[in-house]
Design a protein around this ligand. Structure first.
Ligand SMILES: Nc1ncnc2c1ncn2[C@@H]1O[C@H](COP(=O)(O)OP(=O)(O)OP(=O)(O)O)[C@@H](O)[C@H]1O
Length: 326
């Protein structure tokens, strides 16, 4: 499989009051053409900031500092001008968020909003844009596309709004869709439907997906590979089946009991990992997970671990997995 997106050694510092907070610490990951890669980790680990870096939509204005490379179809997005990025966003890379109401304009109909995306990026007539928008609405299994086309966002349920967002995000047939917690606000049954249709529509259109979630259950249902993020770093990466069946990083192992069993319904409480993700100012020597790790040894709080390649595209950043140096 060819590589569509390659983030290499990405470091991001955001202004926080008078200080700068280091949010990403050398993130490297790849999304291959036609795959769905899950990016998973607890709240505050840096998943959304990774996504916003790709779109070059980081908060913080001119003070924000970004280092590293983000290759998309071989071109480094870090070097693109704001104008070039505007033509990439929506057309080649699109994004959907947890709460569609933050992206949908309440003053315009769904149809107008999808048509506007199409007309901004494609050389087509209004009539063609209307036909395409209606086709996309039926592609995301909306049974009465005409009615939804003329509806305003507040007239739709949460699940319908998320379908509309997927239709809008995929209407220009982008190469990459970034979906940031797209189903977290929905109940469990609707969540499964939306994930399924997003996956089917994306794969059918040849769109790769970077799916951001804190939920390994969602990863299990949807993704082919997964990258596990902790405190601004990728700690483990590999095929979903490998990672879920035999996680190697103690953080991934700790996350696994948090996978909700779908049979238990939505009443099941998530277990939590003792401790919290360190804040971006925390000066932690060695591995950033060691204060919460039950297996840490002396080296873990002295030296930063380096990624270990375990073969079959699998990688883990943990001293416990490093070849013995003795
Ligand atoms: N605008 C901002 N200015 C300063 N710091 C920010 C800003 N946005 C996010 N952060 C910080 O960056 C870190 C990573 O946030 P991010 O939203 O990427 O985490 P996440 O893994 O996506 O979590 P969640 O699932 O809660 O969205 C957090 O410590 C957060 O406080």
């Amino acid at each position: 499989m060819t590589t569509l997106l390659a983030i290499k050694n990405l470091t991001v510092d955001l202004p926080a009051g008078e200080r700068m907070a280091r949010i990403l610490r050398g993130v490297s990951l790849e999304v291959k053409a036609g795959e769905i890669l899950g990016l998973v980790g607890e709240s505050g680990s840096g998943k959304s900031i990774t996504a916003l870096s790709v779109l070059r939509l980081l908060p913080g204005g001119k003070k924000t500092a970004m280092e590293g490379d983000i290759f998309f179809k071989g071109q480094n997005l870090i070097c693109k001008t704001p104008q070039e990025m505007r033509s990439i966003r929506g057309k080649h890379i699109s994004m959907i968020f947890q709460e569609p109401m933050t992206s949908l304009n309440p003053a315009f109909t769904i149809g107008k909003q999808i048509m506007d995306v199409l007309l901004a990026h494609q050389k087509i007539t209004k009539k063609e844009a209307r036909e395409k928008a209606l086709k996309m609405l039926s592609r995301v299994q909306i049974t009465d596309p005409e009615r939804t086309f003329s509806s305003y966002p507040h007239q739709l349920s949460g699940g319908m709004r998320q379908r509309v967002m997927i239709a809008g995000a995929l209407c220009c047939e982008p190469s990459l869709l970034i979906a940031d917690e797209p189903t977290t606000a929905l109940d469990v049954t609707i969540q499964a439907q939306i994930l399924r249709l997003m996956k089917e529509a994306a794969l059918e259109m040849g769109t790769s997906v970077l799916l951001i979630t804190h939920d390994l259950g969602v990863v299990a249902q949807t993704c082919s590979r997964v990258a596990v993020m902790y405190a601004g770093e990728i700690v483990e990466m590999g095929e979903v089946s490998q990672i879920l069946l035999s996680p190697r990083h103690p953080y991934t192992r700790a996350l696994l009991p948090t996978v909700p069993k779908l049979t238990a319904g939505d009443q099941q409480k998530l277990e939590s990992i003792p401790g919290t993700v360190p804040d971006a100012f925390a000066q932690i020597q060695g591995c950033r997970f060691h204060p919460r790790c039950a297996l840490s040894k002396e080296k873990c709080f002295k030296q930063k671990p380096i990624p270990v390649n375990l073969g079959s595209n699998r990688q883990v950043t943990c001293w416990l997995e490093a070849p013995s140096e003795e």
